[in-house]
Design a protein around this ligand. Structure first.
Ligand SMILES: NC(=O)c1ccc[n+]([C@@H]2O[C@H](COP(=O)([O-])OP(=O)(O)OC[C@H]3O[C@@H](n4cnc5c(N)ncnc54)[C@H](OP(=O)(O)O)[C@@H]3O)[C@@H](O)[C@H]2O)c1
Length: 333
């Protein structure tokens, strides 16, 4: 697979979001299945794996997902880029940020069974903690060789700028897909200009863009984010059908799936974008990685883009969700 750079960190141009093996989309498959799925992604060219300390905290325990990712990649660790994330809890906000970040990192390293993390993100901004303090702490962790680079998640340009001035940011991980394009206005241009990679999460719009979700799709009762995703409200699933019709058209034209077109669209649009689609299903993970072979011509991209721009999107999740919420209860009802 072709590669891209997140700052100075080289990754496959499509990564894998591993969250759903512990959190966010309801019941999970066995640990053995999850590890096989991660390995199979690697066998299909993926070298970039995304996890977080918090994935698992609702149904299981913190670091649940890191354990799975670490175990799956253990013997090929050096060939892979592992990204994980920390939350700074409200009761940690007044502590020295280096101590806080290091404590979280050491727990993640233990769960991942490794001695370094390639990309360490601040998962959400805690309004009580100046981002510059976190940036300083991350700089020290880089100097110590415990992390190779650092990033921010669900942030806007002004926050990235404050952080980047202290310790260069390798990547920003924000919500981005054909239905959620806030980042295009300021965040992506800033990142492009400053050699910062962009890692879109939920690139398939939590499954909507695959075209396989209908108003009759039942989501799961426990720990399923789709219950909260505005575009997945029954009325919006129907109202957003024109986007699916457009994807169907391009999928037929390029002999691809809808999900692949939605990934190929963002890869064409931004040279610094590395999406991390997620799935609990081995076949779909391989399908996502296959988007790497779907190349849109400039003309195809322009026509697709113009058509997309002309469609009204119903439901908006936005880019600063959960800000200000107590981090300790994140993801919990
Ligand atoms: N930084 C953050 O705050 C944040 C937030 C959310 C996620 N993330 C990261 O981003 C990764 C991706 O996010 P996401 O999982 O929300 O992304 P996503 O790929 O947009 O959505 C995943 C959902 O879509 C379905 N889906 C995906 N591809 C499909 C396909 N080809 N056909 C049919 N259904 C498909 C999956 O169902 P199946 O499982 O049944 O295939 C799953 O329900 C996560 O794994 C996590 O690592 C980060």
């Amino acid at each position: 697979m072709k590669t891209r750079k997140l700052g100075n960190i080289e990754v496959s141009e499509i990564g894998m979001g591993c969250m759903a093996f512990s959190h966010g989309y309801g019941a999970i498959p066995s640990r053995e299945y999850a590890m096989e799925a991660i390995r199979s992604a690697y066998d299909h060219g993926c070298t970039f794996f995304d996890t977080a300390e918090v994935y698992g905290n609702v149904l299981y325990y913190e670091h649940h997902n890191e354990e799975i990712v670490g175990a799956a990649l253990h013997d090929i660790r050096e060939n892979c880029v592992i990204a994980t994330k920390l939350h700074i809890h409200d009761d940690e906000a007044s502590e020295d940020m280096y101590d806080v970040c290091k404590r979280h990192l050491l727990a993640s390293l233990k769960a991942l069974n490794t001695n370094y993390v390639d990309l360490y993100y601040l998962h959400r901004i805690n309004p009580e903690v100046p981002v510059k303090k976190v940036a300083e702490a991350m700089g020290k962790l880089i100097d110590e060789g415990l992390i190779r680079g650092w990033g921010l998640s669900q942030v806007e340009e002004s926050t990235i700028k404050r952080a980047h001035e202290v310790t260069p940011v390798s990547a920003v991980q924000n919500l981005y897909n054909m239905l959620e394009r806030d980042c295009e206005t300021n965040t992506f241009p800033y990142c492009l200009e400053h050699n910062i990679g962009v890692v879109p999460f939920s690139p398939i719009a939590s499954g909507f863009l695959s075209g396989k979700i209908t108003k009759d799709t039942a989501f799961e009762k426990e720990d399923d984010v789709r219950v909260f995703v505005p575009q997945l409200k029954k009325e919006n699933i129907e109202a957003n059908q024109p986007v699916i019709d457009l994807l169907n058209q391009y999928a037929a034209l390029k002999n691809a799936t809808n999900a692949q077109i939605s990934i190929a669209w963002m890869l064409h649009k931004y040279p610094n974008v590395v999406p991390i689609p997620g799935s609990k299903n081995k076949e779909r993970i391989i399908e996502h990685l296959g988007a790497n072979t779907i190349t849109l011509t400039d003309e195809e991209f322009q026509t697709l883009e113009q058509a997309l721009n002309s469609i009204k999107v119903y439901g908006h999740r936005g880019n600063v969700q959960f800000q200000g919420q107590s981090m300790k209860n994140w993801g919990k009802k």
